[in-house]
Design a protein around this ligand. Sequence first.
Ligand code: PGA
Length: 255
Amino acid sequence: MNKSLRPAVIAGNWKMNKTPAQTTELINEMKPLVADAACDVVLCVPFVDLQAALAAAEGSNIKIGAQNCHFEKSGAFTGEISADMLKELGVTYVIIGHSERRTYFGETDVTVNKRTLAALNAGLTAIVCVGEYLEQREQGVTNELVALQTKIALQNVTEGDLSKIIIAYEPVWAIGTGRTATADQANEVCAVIRETIAGLYGKAAADSVTIQYGGSMNAANADELVGKPDVDGGLIGGASLVAKDFAVIVAAASK
Ligand code: PGA
């Protein structure tokens, strides 16, 4: 398995944190710390922070993403944001199907697929999240479940569009809990996702897809996690709100 076939991507997921003014401040603090990154660096911020983030990141190597988008282009969907709206702002990435959206906001594998297709249609790169609950891990169904989530998320995604897909493997029990998957657990499931993609599109295509790990990745454990052959970076929650910690993770993925 050759990691050089695909970029490592470290993406921060700020969740519902930071105001626009705080966004400017934090990105200004991060910029010099990640300027030498040899991996892609993305910050996915709340919708209302996007313009401040884009302005602060301009001219730097930090790319800006949103945390969700709707699957329709426009219409009577109060409170929703379309992929075209994000695109016009200058946003280039969007997280789709984060477990918090699946758990609290009724996101299903089918809506994850619809949102993924909408993101691709608008020319955005979709960071598609998959992952099991603790109970499912204990039942021994993690690999089948994650393979199924991946397959459904990728329905009608063409091979040509795979370059705009990142899969984030995020075991739900590891998110925001401080309980990280071991590097071997993370690598095993990332490899299952790659095999699943290989089954759909062929091995060469699968080798070119970035597959991240997410779930309590931090400055202390990033090195080991991103050092694994099938782990191509990370989706970082809590540690992406602390500039120096985020920079350590970016440095780990730059090796
Ligand atoms: P965490 O969040 O790093 O705070 O566990 C990861 C995520 O939810 O993407």
